[in-house]
Design a protein around this ligand. Structure first.
Ligand SMILES: [Zn+2]
Length: 209
């Protein structure tokens, strides 16, 4: 999970208060989320993502058309999310320091883990448990799918880093490979937070946006 820069002005169709999925809302959510699910950070397509209500609309009907309660989610995460608001709440990716309050890590074999940096931070702990579940802690098939996709990105990042270390800046391919690694670790690419946890060397960190 990474921070989201939400467009400050709510899309006009929300003001009628009777639907939350107008074309303007979808367009703004998709753009603000950089075409990724805000929960699992996998790429979504504009015609296929779902609008998730961070505070579930069943429990908070008054927030159904509240711009600040809407997020761009993949169908899997939206359907698997708990439909009740936990005691202590959840982190809000465009308000809270999600990257600072969550520890988001991937092991060398692709095993994913999420936890709160401060065990007394209940919103971060609740978010971490939700992210564990959405990454397949109770669903081995889903877990394997995500691990495989993650490992593919991680292996490419490792290879590029290794190659860059051997090349000189004057080499023709240096800029190309550097740009590819920058894109791979960028906020617009899948799994930003998890990938970055294993790319903490000086060369890679310089490329973080
Ligand atoms: Zn997702």
């Amino acid at each position: 999970m990474i921070r989201i820069e939400r467009s400050p002005v709510a899309p006009p169709s929300l003001s009628a208060g009777n639907h939350y999925d107008g074309a303007d809302v979808r367009e703004a959510l998709f753009r603000d989320a950089r075409a990724k699910c805000y929960l699992c950070e996998q790429v979504v397509v504009q015609s296929g993502f779902q609008i998730d209500h961070l505070q579930p609309k069943g429990q908070y009907p008054l927030r159904t058309c509240d711009w600040k309660n809407l997020f761009c989610s993949c169908p899997k995460c939206n359907n698997k999310r708990k439909k009740t608001w936990p005691s202590g709440g959840l982190l809000v990716p465009d308000v809270d320091d999600v990257e600072g309050r969550l520890r988001q890590e991937i092991d060398h074999d692709g095993t994913v883990s999420f936890s709160a940096r401060d065990p007394n931070d209940s919103a971060a702990s609740n978010t971490a448990s939700e992210l564990m579940r959405l990454h397949g802690s109770e669903d081995p098939v889903l877990r394997k799918d995500i691990e495989n996709a993650l490992l593919k990105c991680l292996q490419r990042a490792y290879l590029l880093r290794q190659e860059l270390k051997k090349l000189h800046k004057e080499d023709e391919s240096w800029h190309r490979k550097r740009l590819e690694l920058k894109r791979l670790l960028g906020r617009g690419a899948p799994f930003t937070a998890l990938l970055r946890s294993r790319m903490q060397d000086k060369l890679s960190k310089k490329l973080f946006d």
